[in-house]
Ligand binder design. Structure first.
Ligand SMILES: [Zn+2]
Ligand SMILES: [Zn+2]
Length: 178
């Protein structure tokens, strides 16, 4: 799908959670999505994904490259999946999330949760949701004080803005998801 065909279409997002994700957290994710991406219709789905198939036992991490390809093949709509296991893509030690533009994204809460401060965890999660969904709607990494700034560590994630910069915000507005 290119940008042209996404504009004006009803944007539906298939939302998936791995089993262990608590009800509270599910609600938080839905609230975060609804508060920001107002024009996106969310539907919770369950593709009965067996995460074991994507789990690398030696690394004790989920291979998000493989998982996102599998989801992209199953999902008719845009998608976002939240998992709690640690995650990687080949070439990187770990990732907070991955995205395919105009298809979907996956977020792992594993590293985000490495704090005793619940509010900090939720702030990290909400930043990561905005960031990965930004990619889903075609945004690239941004050098501004912006949630689309690339973060390679919790330090960088905590330091960056929780909001889109003016330029990124305008792009999202133009696509029609806000
Ligand atoms: Zn990114
Ligand atoms: Zn930006």
């Amino acid at each position: 799908m290119n940008t042209g065909s996404i504009i004006g279409a009803i944007m539906k997002l298939n939302l998936l959670f791995s089993r262990e994700i608590s009800d509270d957290l599910r609600e938080f994710v839905i609230k975060t999505l609804k508060r920001f991406f107002k024009k996106v219709e969310i539907q919770i789905v369950d593709f009965s994904i067996n995460l074991d198939l994507f789990y690398n036992k030696l690394r004790r991490q989920v291979d998000l490259d493989k998982l996102i390809s599998s989801l992209a093949a199953k999902s008719d709509n845009l998608f976002l999946m939240i998992i709690s296991k640690d995650a990687y893509v080949p070439g990187l030690n770990f990732v907070f999330g991955v995205a395919i533009p105009y298809r979907g994204a996956i977020i792992s809460t594993y590293r985000l949760k490495m704090t005793t401060d619940k509010n900090l965890f939720l702030m990290r999660l909400s930043k990561t949701i905005k960031h990965e969904m930004g990619h889903v709607f075609g945004l690239m990494h941004c050098k501004n004080y912006c949630v689309m700034r690339f973060a390679n560590s919790l330090y960088e994630l905590d330091k960056k803005s929780s909001e889109f910069c003016r330029r990124c915000y305008k792009k999202l507005e133009k696509i029609g998801v806000l």
